[in-house]
Ligand binder design. Structure first.
Ligand code: PGA
Length: 231
């Protein structure tokens, strides 16, 4: 199984989301391919629109969020707690470098988010990077490591058009597995239709976390077609 995670970040109006799904429609035939699990992570305000559109497509696409509260439901203004969205999402991205950089997210907060997500039956997709790999993994409740998906996302590759080499990404993925156990590891950072196949061909990598390219339904269809073709 290959995983393709679309991280829309802080993009798209309601109309943009509708247009994206209109254009994505033709992808249904291969998005239901058993070899590819597509996970769309829209901004939280679009969760139900995405759910409706996916239902209409009859596709086996899953939905995720891009972040989750460290805390349970309660007096935490602005936060979305895992229990509030447990019936809407299957996955959540945690510890993305943009959250660490712009919102002061620390490894101990990431660990709390992992606890909250797993406690509500949501699979965390934990973003990690060198040179902090050991510290980032050590912060997570060791008992929960094998229930996480990891995404190796080098900051220098995110949104820059300068991806890491597939060989180096595979090497980091195997370091993650040495520390965390037999876990699913994805690569993220400037993935596109032309380079995706090189990452999927690395046995240590099970898929990709895609930002910029996922904003276009046409490019997302292309990515799914590449993954389905390799499976
Ligand atoms: P990018 O972003 O594909 O635009 O490089 C990846 C990510 O930040 O998850």
């Amino acid at each position: 199984m290959y995983y393709l995670v679309a991280n829309w970040k802080s993009n798209k109006t309601h109309d943009d989301v509708i247009n994206w799904f209109d254009e994505f429609d033709g992808a249904t035939s291969f998005s239901v391919n058993s070899g590819v699990q597509t996970i769309i992570c829209p901004p939280a305000n679009h969760l139900s629109t995405c759910a409706e559109r996916i239902r209409d497509l009859g596709a086996t696409i899953k939905i995720g969020m891009q972040d989750i509260s460290c805390y349970e439901m309660g007096a935490y203004t602005g936060e979305i707690a895992a229990a509030m969205v447990a019936d809407q999402i299957d996955y959540v991205i945690v510890g993305h470098s943009e959250r660490r950089r712009y919102f002061g997210e620390t490894s101990s907060m990431v660990s709390m988010k992992v606890d909250q997500a797993i406690g509500s039956g949501i699979t965390p997709i934990v973003c990690v990077d060198t040179p902090y790999l050991e510290e980032q993994l050590a912060a997570i409740n060791q008992r929960l490591l094998t229930q996480c998906i990891f995404a190796y996302e080098p900051v220098s590759a995110i949104g820059t058009g300068e991806p890491d080499t597939p060989g180096h990404a595979a090497q980091i993925a195997s370091q993650i597995k040495t520390m965390a156990g037999e876990v699913i590891v994805l690569y993220g950072g400037s993935v596109n239709e032309d380079n995706l196949g090189y990452y999927l061909n690395q046995k240590e990598l099970a898929g990709a976390l895609v930002g910029g390219a996922s904003l276009s339904a046409r490019k997302m269809k292309g990515l799914i077609a590449v993954a389905a073709g390799l499976y």
